[in-house]
Design a protein around this ligand. Sequence first.
Ligand code: 5GP
Length: 144
Amino acid sequence: MPETIFSKILRGEIPCHKVYEDQHVLAFLDIFPLSHGHTLVIPKEPAATIDQLSDEASAAIGRVLPRMTRAVLAATGAKACNILQNNGADAHQAVMHVHFHIIPKFVGEVPAGQGAGLGIGWKAGKLEGNAGVALAREIGARVQ
Ligand code: 5GP
């Protein structure tokens, strides 16, 4: 597990705008927000990507994410949001410590200097029946 900027935040060596903390989880404001209220929720466990995260840390994150989301929506007045979780540089992960983005989405005019939220380019394919049967079986067989 490489040392990251989030390791330093977790150790209190660099500051953050903390939103929430418990035994397993820290949530703080993103320093380069895509929109007003953009918040990061991270496990204290040092895992680079989500496939490396323990069940215990995953459960802790899962317990707080909905609560964090409700708080972000209530505080910002946003009616919608994206939860984003990148794994690997090819998938736009810049900080190699697991983190969940809570990104409020605003429609219409946003105040100067604030973003509207996450923009998604979603170029979907089509899952054909037979390929789906085989693929679901392959993935399912590897769930541990
Ligand atoms: P990723 O692309 O890895 O999913 O996103 C990493 C996020 O961490 C980015 O949105 C970036 O703005 C945020 N970030 C990077 N360095 C810092 C920092 O020092 N403090 C805070 N609060 N956020 C950071």
